[in-house]
Design a protein around this ligand. Structure first.
Ligand code: BG6
Length: 473
């Protein structure tokens, strides 16, 4: 029993939080380059306000942790831990700096080709997110981001170039990171900036539909270009529990869960479920279908279901705003039975097993946990040691829960990539000091530091977990 042979153990990252080199190699400007550190970040992420150009704000992703210049060293460290898979994303503007060019930027293509070759040198399988929260600013200015259907062609052109160029190097692909994030952080997830007085739900549903159609189109393309390709959708998961057994709370939890599932229902089952269409209608919005969309969605569903899991959430029919968790992207009522991280994210390993069971019951396709982990402050002691036992505890308990889901519930799980296997910039806050990694990077919230890499205590622990295929925890 235990995890299957060939189980994909590894770590996960995203280009804008990892690479740096924002204006190197011919890379163009993207939405993520205009996400500052500090209090403006959240409202910019939600599309309520924006910055048009690089100004005197501090933009942490511009250098991030300089993977752009350190990737060989970083991949060697991942190999030392025994990684079987490395999840990374493509910075769209490295390949198409403006987004609508007809031919790609060779320097960008070569950068990722070198990375994939470096991975294979160590028998590490790349897992590539085609789009992890980045959108060319040129397309945002031209089309208004994913609200416009013309985005689909640009994205499909990008995917076509990737599938063709990396045909022999990449087999596992995710179309959009956390697609349900469109409803929570729309500028980040879809390059969406709201217009005064517009129906926001309609704008977000336009983005969602265009991304869903784009996802189906590239799923089709990926299978045509290489039948070995496996394509996954990606959900920001974490089941909502009802606050009490009051039927109204239970019903609210069902509705909150559906706001996430409706995206995956389309990508995995191939159609908008009736509850989703009713929900959209209740917000005076419609899905902008054009002829052929329904067939396309129906015929091109994903091969596997990937998701991130950090915490469960709680729904209440009568929420008290003073009892909300600190994380504002996914608002939740505080669960009094759970402990919280330094950032107020509640820690619930059994919630992972519950979430896995719900997803597997619902879709009956293999699951892939592509993000999980603890964002915490790490202290480098005088002798250079980082004792991150809290991180080991978090991961041990979550891996145990995932093992229970596999062993006791029969869930089919392909792999597990912990988030930010090397420290990187936080998406939510822009901080560097919210660290998730097994590898520490010497850099602080304001960009000071040497970028030196240091192995944390969890590095040796995870290495042993992988070497024993999860027997040792
Ligand atoms: C997920 C994203 O939402 O959570 C990542 O896919 C992100 O990009 C991660 O970094 C953790 O969130 P945060 O805000 O702690 O970086």
């Amino acid at each position: 029993m235990g995890f299957k042979k060939g189980f994909l153990w590894g770590g996960a990252t995203a280009a804008n939080q990892l690479e740096g080199g924002w204006n190197e190699g011919g890379r163009g400007l993207a939405n993520v380059d205009l996400m500052p550190h500090g209090q403006d970040r959240y409202v910019i992420g939600t599309g309520e306000k924006w910055i048009d150009h690089v100004d005197d704000h501090y933009f942490p992703s511009h250098k991030a942790v300089e993977f752009y210049h350190h990737y060989k060293e970083d991949i060697a460290l991942m190999a030392e831990m025994g990684f079987k898979v490395f999840r990374l994303s493509i910075a769209w503007t490295r390949i198409f700096p403006k987004g609508d060019e007809q031919s790609p930027n060779e320097e960008g293509l070569k950068f990722y080709e070198d990375i994939f070759k470096e991975c294979h040198k160590y028998h590490i399988e790349p897992l590539v997110t085609i789009n992890h929260f980045d959108c060319p600013m040129y397309l945002i200015n031209k089309f208004g981001g994913w609200r416009d259907r013309r985005m689909i062609d640009c994205y499909v052109r990008l995917a076509n170039v990737l599938f063709t160029r990396y045909k022999s190097l990449v087999r596992y692909w995710l179309t959009f990171n956390e697609i349900n994030m469109i409803l929570h952080f729309p500028f980040v997830a879809a390059g969406l900036r709201f217009k005064d007085g517009e129906n926001k739900t309609q704008a977000m549903i336009n983005c969602a539909h265009h991304e869903l159609v784009a996802s189906a189109l590239v799923t089709k393309l990926a299978h045509e270009i290489n039948p070995q390709n496996q394509i996954g959708c990606m959900l920001a998961a974490g089941t909502y529990y009802p606050e009490t057994c009051k039927p109204e709370d239970y019903w609210k939890a069902i509705c909150d869960n559906r706001e996430s599932y409706m995206f995956i229902d389309v990508q995995s089952r191939g159609y908008y479920p009736p509850y989703a269409l009713k929900w959209i209608e209740s917000h005076q919005a419609t899905v902008p279908f054009v002829e052929g969309d329904k067939e396309l969605l129906q015929e091109n569903t994903v091969d596997f279901i990937s998701f991130s899991y950090y915490s469960s959430r709680v729904s209440s029919a009568t929420p008290d705003s003073s009892l909300q968790t600190e994380s504002n992207i996914f608002a939740s009522v505080i669960n009094p039975y759970l402990k919280s991280s330094d950032w107020g994210w509640q820690i619930d390993p059994l919630g992972l097993r519950i979430t896995m069971n719900e997803l597997y019951d619902r879709y009956q396709k293999p699951l892939f946990i592509v993000e999980n982990g603890l964002g915490a402050k790490d202290i480098v002691e005088e002798d250079g040691i980082i004792q991150d036992d809290y991180r080991i505890d978090y991961l041990r308990e979550h891996i145990q829960a995932m093992k229970d889901a596999v062993d006791q519930d029969g869930v089919d799980l392909m792999g597990y990539t912990t988030w930010g296997c090397i420290d990187l910039i936080s998406n939510g806050t822009g901080e560097m000091e919210k660290r998730y990694g097994f590898i520490y990077v010497d850099r602080d919230n304001m960009g000071n530091g040497t970028f030196k890499r240091i192995k944390k205590k969890s590095f040796a622990w995870y290495k042993k977990v992988i070497a024993t295929n999860g027997e040792y925890l």
